[in-house]
Design a protein around this ligand. Structure first.
Ligand code: NAD
Length: 499
């Protein structure tokens, strides 16, 4: 019996919680707090579902996932409204997010068979009588823990690739977006009615922790660095592998030869869209001195035109999580107290549930607004004397998720010197939309990769198989090995590797 049945039959705990619209407070739904025992039962169901899913051939799995994708395409408006209601973001932004998730699901479904097929490897001269191959084996059940800021796009980066690789999934959506999680499970059920292939467990930290302690075979966590560390500690108890997709403090480098109006326009969007609640949001800009004033003027002019709100013409919505507003305010205040110059807005821009655009220049690098993830519609612009200084400062962060570089001539060269998982050159966050490439970070931004070849490989383990093709007189893994064999091996090794 899966989550949906438990829920319908009233077998779930009587404890529930409400999902609310962050701007209006309207109740979107009431959801059960799944207990640890229920999580265990659900994972047992998922283990059976995984065996069934793996018994299908790859083409049938692809067909089912593409059928699910068609349902998501047909129901974009419904899903977008749900996202908008739970997160407060404009419906059009929610649609953009679903569109990206759809293209990832399609890519994962279509490429899994080819990328995960067994591959022959050369056995080497000493083992020439052997055939060697590597198979990719799905883990079984993946526990996916998701955040609220992109409640379909982000978890689907794990869910799509995990399912395409042959796993079942138990998904714990954020307590701020449980309805979106339930929507995903219900729609997949329409094309995979046989087993509960994707189940949802709703609740708070305790439910997430129960999932980490359960018999799932791997955890794919997306959320804050602080929570990732707690999840990793629990996973360590059972040596459970995990992927950690965490926060960021993405830098933007604007070189003297950049197309300044594009750099300003796109950087502003990367900083402020979704109320700045994007792991790969632009949070700090390093601009070369000769173009710094012009860049600041351009971005400030555009920032003053942005209007947060809850109607369809709003540039972005409310802060989804009320407690984040205090963090945003503390960053703005610290930046200004430390000598930063407010170009647009300031501490008075924080008007809950909205934060109006804030642009600040010349902030010391050790201000918390430069070192910690702000996750709000703010951007800091610091002037540098060279691209090399910009690279050094961009890399001087404990985070390393994404970055963007604006330069007509040096974009790729700069990108290759950045210590982070993803870089967009003369564009922003473009890497999130290309399904074929991996997504993830280094340092406090986490480890492991979703999306692309690497994302499929991440949800499988390697099984190496070596089989004897023919017998040779040289047997070295036997007690019958002779001194003659030893001396032949010694000579062979000197010939092969002695130079
Ligand atoms: P969060 O860490 O508060 O929560 C994430 C999820 O973890 C939620 O479902 C939550 O219920 C669960 N959780 C909380 N405590 C837990 C515990 N002890 N054990 C297990 N699960 C637990 O993060 P959030 O506020 O939902 O999301 C915002 C953060 O996510 C930001 O830092 C953002 O940068 C990051 N993020 C990263 C990516 C990425 O791909 N790198 C994408 C989106 C968001």
């Amino acid at each position: 019996m899966g989550w949906l049945e438990l829920h319908k039959n009233g077998a779930m705990t009587s404890e529930t919680f409400a999902s609310l619209h962050p701007a209006t407070g309207e109740q979107i739904g009431q959801f059960p707090i799944t207990t640890a025992e229920q999580v265990e039962q659900i994972v047992r169901e998922a283990t059976l579902a995984a065996s069934w899913w793996q018994s299908l051939d790859a083409k049938e799995r692809e067909r089912r996932l593409l059928a699910w994708n068609s349902i998501l395409v047909k129901r974009v408006s419904e899903a977008a409204l749900l996202i908008s209601n739970e997160t407060g973001k404009p419906v059009s932004d929610a649609k953009l997010e679903i569109t990206m998730a759809i293209s990832h699901l399609s890519w994962a479904a279509k490429h899994a068979e080819k990328i995960l097929k067994p591959v022959a490897r050369p056995p080497g001269l000493l083992m020439a009588n052997m055939a060697a191959r590597v198979e990719r084996v799905p883990f079984g059940v993946i526990g996916v823990i998701g955040p609220w800021n992109y409640p379909i796009y982000t978890p689907m980066g794990s869910i799509s690739y995990a399912l395409a690789a042959g796993n079942a999934v138990v998904f714990k959506p954020s307590e701020y977006t449980p309805a979106v999680g339930a929507f995903l499970a219900a729609t997949l059920r329409e094309v995979v009615p046989e087993v509960p292939l994707l189940q949802v467990v709703t609740g708070f930290a305790a439910t997430g922790e129960a999932l980490c302690r359960s018999k799932v075979d791997k955890i794919a966590f997306t959320g804050s660095t602080a929570t990732a560390k707690k999840v990793a500690a629990v996973c360590a108890d059972s040596l459970k592998p995990m992927i950690a997709e965490c926060g960021g403090k993405d830098a933007v480098i604007v070189a003297g030869d950049a197309d300044l109006s594009s750099a300003a326009e796109y950087t502003l969007w990367a900083a402020m869209s979704n109320a700045g609640q994007t792991c790969i949001a632009a949070e700090r800009v390093y601009v070369e001195r000769p173009v710094a004033e012009q860049f600041k003027t351009l971005i400030s002019q555009m920032a003053t035109e942005l209007k947060p709100g809850s109607d369809s013409n709003s540039s972005y919505g409310a802060a989804t999580m009320a407690k984040q507003i205090d963090v945003i305010e503390s960053h703005i205040k610290d930046a200004l107290k430390r000598g930063g110059k407010a170009l647009v807005g300031g501490a008075e821009s924080v008007r809950p549930p909205y934060v109006h655009p804030v642009v600040i220049a010349d902030v010391p690098e050790d201000s918390i607004s430069m070192t910690d993830e702000t996750f709000g519609p703010t951007i800091i612009i610091n002037t540098v004397d060279s691209v090399e200084e910009a690279i050094r400062l961009a890399n001087d962060s404990r985070y390393g998720l994404g970055a963007s570089v604006w330069s007509k001539n040096r974009g790729d060269e700069i990108a290759s010197k950045l210590h982070c998982g993803m870089v967009s050159v003369n564009s922003i966050i473009a890497f999130a939309g290309v399904a074929a490439i991996p997504f993830g970070g280094v340092g406090d931004s986490g480890y492991g990769r979703i999306h692309g070849h690497e994302g499929l490989l991440e949800f499988t383990f390697a099984r190496s198989i070596v089989s004897t093709r023919f017998k040779i007189p040289l047997a070295f893994t036997t007690f019958k090995r002779t001194t003659m064999t030893d001396s032949i091996i010694g000579r062979l090794v000197r010939i092969l590797h002695g130079r």
